[in-house]
Design a protein around this ligand. Structure first.
Ligand code: TRP
Length: 343
C-alpha cells in the first residue's frame, strides 16, 4: 500500500518545477549504520532571489550540523511556481509520504502546509506576520504544531529613511498583491505610520505579473514615491516593475535587500542568510523530538542594514520627480550598503 501511495503522490507533484520526489523516504527509515533516517519536505513558493538565498543557506546549515543528504536525511524539495493549486498538491504529497517535518518558505506556502500540521510538524521560514496570518497564537508560545522564523518589516524605519533620502515627497503609492497575507499586514502598518508623518497614500494592487505591471504604470504616473512590502509577486517581477518606476523618475522603496539588487531604490532590512540558517536549526530541534509548540518564533528585526541602489540613485539625481540624495550623516554609517543593479 505504501509504495502505491508514494507513486501516486510522486505523480501529483510531477508537474512541479525542480521536483525530486524520488528522493523521498518513508518516515524514519534506518540507514545502513542503523541510525535514524529523516525525511523533510522543503517547499518554496516561487523562485526569486530572496527565497533562493534562504533555501540555500538553510541547506548549508543542515550540512554543517551533520545532516547529510542520503546519509541521515532526505530532502524532498518542491517549488510551487507561485500557484496556490501547486502548493496544495505538494502538501498532499508530503502527507502521503509521511515526511517527518515540512519546511515552508514564505507565507502562502506555510498556509498551505498548515492544513496538515496536525499530522506533520511545520517550520515556516520568512513569514512576515505569522500571528496575523493565523499560523501561530503568539510569537512566544506558538501553541500548535507550528513554529519558524519571521522577517517582520520595520515600516517605521523604512518611512523615516524615505523622508531622509527624499524629503520632498508628499504622495506615496503602494504596490502589492492583496492575496498575500504578508503584504496586507505590512501595508496596514505602513499606512498607520505614514499618516502620522503627513504622507498621502494611494494603493494599487496586482495578482500576477501582468496586472502588477499595469498597476505600477498607473501608480508611477501619479505619485512622487512608491513602496512595495516584501511581496512575493512583486519580487518575482521586480526587474520590470523597477524599470517602470525608474522611467517615471519615481524613487521606489521596497521591503528587502534582494529587491534593491534587482532594481528597487532603497530599503532598511535584514540579512536573509541568517534567517535561513536559523530555520535549519529549528527544524533539527524538532527532528530530535522537541515540540514546535514550545519553540518561540524567531523574529529577525535587529542588525538592520540600509540598502541603496547606486545606479538608481544616480538616475534619480538627474531625472527624479523629487530631489533624492544620501544625507551626510548616513554616508559614513557602517550599516549602509551601496549596491549596483544585478541584471
Ligand atoms: N516575507 C515574505 C512572506 O512572508 C517572504 C519573503 C522573504 C520575501 N524575502 C522576501 C518576499 C523578499 C519578497 C521579497 O511571504
Amino acid at each position: 500500500m505504501k509504495s502505491m501511495k508514494k507513486t501516486l503522490s510522486a505523480l501529483v507533484v510531477a508537474a512541479m518545477v525542480a521536483g525530486c520526489s524520488s528522493n523521498t523516504t518513508t518516515s524514519q527509515n534506518s540507514t545502513s549504520k542503523g541510525s535514524a533516517m529523516f525525511s523533510v519536505g522543503v517547499a518554496q513558493l516561487v523562485d526569486h532571489p530572496s527565497l533562493n538565498t534562504i533555501r540555500e543557506s538553510m541547506m548549508d546549515e543542515f550540512e554543517q550540523q551533520g545532516y547529510i543528504e542520503g546519509e541521515n536525511i532526505m530532502f524532498n524539495y518542491q517549488n510551487a511556481a507561485n500557484k496556490t493549486s501547486n502548493l496544495d498538491s505538494i502538501m498532499t504529497g508530503y502527507a502521503a509520504d509521511e515526511v517527518n517535518a515540512i519546511v515552508a518558505i514564505a507565507t502562502p506556502t506555510a498556509l498551505a502546509a498548515q492544513k496538515y500540521s496536525d499530522q506533520i510538524p511545520l517550520v515556516f521560514s520568512a513569514v512576515s506576520d505569522p500571528v496575523d496570518a493565523g499560523l501561530v497564537e503568539s510569537i512566544e508560545h506558538p501553541g500548535g504544531n507550528i513554529t519558524g522564523t519571521s522577517d517582520e518589516i520595520q515600516v517605521e524605519q523604512i518611512i523615516d529613511m524615505m523622508l531622509m533620502l527624499s524629503p520632498e515627497i508628499k504622495q506615496v503609492g503602494i504596490l502589492y498583491n492583496p492575496g498575500e497575507a504578508n503584504s496586507v499586514s505590512t501595508v496596514s502598518r505602513f499606512n498607520d505610520y505614514a499618516k502620522t508623518k503627513g504622507l498621502e497614500i494611494m494603493e494599487r494592487t496586482g495578482t500576477d505579473n501582468t496586472t502588477m505591471q499595469q498597476a505600477a504604470v498607473d501608480l508611477a504616473s501619479q505619485v512622487d514615491a512608491m513602496f512595495s512590502p516584501i511581496d512575493n509577486t512583486v519580487a518575482t517581477g521586480m526587474v520590470s516593475l523597477a524599470q517602470i518606476a525608474r522611467d517615471a523618475g519615481v524613487p521606489y522603496y521596497v521591503g528587502a535587500d534582494s529587491m534593491v539588487e534587482t532594481g528597487g531604490f532603497a530599503t532598511v532590512g535584514i540579512n536573509y542568510e541568517s534567517l535561513g540558517r536559523e530555520t535549519a536549526k529549528m527544524t533539527i530541534e524538532i527532528l530530535k523530538g522537541k515540540s514546535p509548540a514550545d519553540i518561540p518564533v524567531k523574529v529577525f528585526k535587529d542588525n538592520l542594514n540600509v540598502y541603496i541602489n547606486e545606479d538608481v540613485l544616480n538616475d534619480l539625481k538627474e531625472n527624479g520627480k523629487v530631489k533624492v540624495d544620501i544625507p551626510e550623516d548616513l554616508q559614513g554609517q557602517e550599516n549602509l550598503i551601496l549596491v549596483q543593479s544585478e541584471q
